[in-house]
Design a protein around this ligand. Sequence first.
Ligand code: UD1
Ligand code: MG
Length: 457
Amino acid sequence: MTGAVILAAGQGTRMRSHRAKVLHELAGRPLLDHVLGRVSALSLSPVVVVTGFDAERVETLVGSRAATVRQPGVLGTGDAVRRALVTLPPDVVRVLVLYGDGPLVPETLLQSLLDRAETGHTGAVLVTAVMSDPTGYGRIIRDNAGRLASIVEEKEAGVEERQIREINTGIGLWPRSALEQVLPSLPFHGGEQYLTDAAAALLATGVPVDTVEAADPDRVMGINTREELARAEALVRRETNARLMASGVTLLDPATTYIDPEVQIGMDTVVLPMTTIRGRTVIGENARIGPMATIVDSELGDQVVVGPSTVESSRLMAHVVVGPYSHLRAGTYLERDVHIGNYVELKNARVGLGSKAGHHCYLGDVTIGSHVNIGAGTVIVNYDGVHKHPTFIGDDAFIGCNVNLVAPVEVGRGAYVAAGSTVDRAVPADALAIARARQEIKSDWARARRESQTTRK
Ligand code: UD1
Ligand code: MG
């Protein structure tokens, strides 16, 4: 049996943050979430995450996806692994060790490590990489025959060792019992025991330690600083954009297009600059998104057009047009051919086939039928200060400009509401509701006023 140990107890001092480093987000998800996702694809059991700094929050993130064990302080990666090993059932003979700050490791690389064990390799296999800039990493020291001899951390490396560009990624498959034997007696470096020292310790007891070199060094980088985080983000973004373009999506300016890796976009859709598309968003074919649109966790049908607007947790059917400058909040559902213009806010709103709200509206907690016209400045007064109330507007209704619909209220099918009305009682189907002060005309009032002012002068 092979288990997995993920180290996530460190603070990540170099991030300069109140949050544990592994909780910082890459492509919209915490670093540790990426690592857990990759490990879960391998069906290793058990998976143990070592927590310490910010342990509650890290454990909440882990949830039921893995077991957790706490490390009481920053005692080093060697100590962290030791604490995980004691929790493993006896039939676990090998452990895959990963660092929680290495979110991009390819599953294929992990799989190839596991395959090595299947072919009868009983020692340790560690993943190395050749970095153009190895600063900060542990360096791989090899003997004259080119075999791994030890790993030296940057802090302890001499000038010559620092020139070595082959580094330790921290990813490795270790034989459990041999590791358990050497870990307690590893040397201390200012209160920390390094897992990296276990390599030489195993070799000293006659256990072979081999290496595999990662084909793509970018994918095995450890994230210690915000600069490295930004570099990883740029890498993921470049890959996501390239994949989308290869699948038939036009990105007018990939450099200013921010799309999360899970997002799906159909063929011939065009994404204009300065656009962010996040989370579990799915967009159909031939859509046009942006410029400056933000789409989060939403479903957009074919040929939808969204200008500079924000769409969150919403569903837009085919041919819907939105924006510029509108805000679709959670629970917005727009049927085919709906047209939402500028400065319209919707929340928990269902709008039927072909209905229109062109200008300056608030439409909250409302069900609107098909072919309804919502005039400029319409406000659904859905909140009485304590509770939210629903509003229903029937098919073919016409709501004039500057109307307040005080919920709970219903406007029947085909009814008209006159401009400027404040409606707080049901409007029957096909009726006209006028709820505003009647206009008065005072003939010649203005002329009389002007003349009186002239006389006074
Ligand atoms: C570590 C390696 C280094 C390697 C690099 C790869 C050691 C001593 N050094 O350095 O050889 O090149 O990763 O990215 O292993 N952690 C714990 N408990 C601790 C200390 C750390 O769980 O007591 C966790 C951290 O949360 C982190 C991971 O282990 O997820 C690695 O720790 P980090 O401080 O980032 O080590 P590096 O200096 O990057
Ligand atoms: Mg690190």
